[in-house]
Design a protein around this ligand. Sequence first.
Ligand code: GTP
Ligand code: MG
Length: 273
Amino acid sequence: MEANLPKRKETRKSLRIKVISMGNAEVGKSCIIKRYCEKRFVPKYLATIGIDYGVTKVQIRDREIKVNIFDMAGHPFFYEVRNEFYKDTQGVVLVYDVGQKESFDALDGWLAEMKQELGPHGNMENIVFVVCANKIDCTKHRCVDESEGRLWAESRGFLYFETSAQTGEGINEMFQTFYSAIVDLCDNGGKRPTSSMSVGFTKEQADTIRRIRNSKDSWDMLGVKPGATRDEVNKAYRKLAVLLHPDKCMAPGSEDAFKAVVNARTALLKTIK
Ligand code: GTP
Ligand code: MG
């Protein structure tokens, strides 16, 4: 009995995991992996052809982790090659370019592709996702701000990091947190620990912030019909103020949304007699 102990301890310590990268072509998936594994950056775009595979070893707390990384091509042309590789994945690095709105809008499509390939018995709940808002060094072209990206990620229970494969900012921290979450998942019998799922805000709050961001005018923002009365405007305002007040709502972007609602109400009350 005693003689078996060290061996068992050893087995518990080493772990083999599979992670994949996902996201539109040219958002920087390969460069993020290269920055972490090889500590270098390649400015020239070399599109991944189908899939690239690599193995790396990392140390997380007292564990040695052997990571099999499947770096996917983002181009739609390679769908037939990628679709084989979604299965048996513990972690996904989901990347968009902060200067390219389409790559952010495409994130839902990437989740849908994965879900479809995993089939009806596949379970996305027990996979660790980290969203990388990449190319933050290109500040001039940025069009997806932090709170928008963070809200998308955290409302789904995903990790969120701002990264630059060019400067290296955020990359080590992102991978360390990501691998650490995967180790927690494996230690929890392959299920995402419940603590990592509680995000501190509700779906209603997240959806409302998104709706406010996309609203076309002040009426739309308050959710009232153009020509609504003062009472209707004030009633809608009070409801949103309670939902989004920064003291009550921890969702990314809640403060800006709250301010926008206050301004919309002020503007509307000026126009209503
Ligand atoms: P596919 O393999 O086609 O799916 O693309 P990918 O997502 O792997 O993109 P890749 O890593 O090849 O990078 C695309 C281009 O963006 C290259 O020219 C990179 O040099 C550049 N790039 C990647 N990350 C960054 C970054 O953080 N900042 C800047 N400025 N450029 C980056
Ligand atoms: Mg690539």
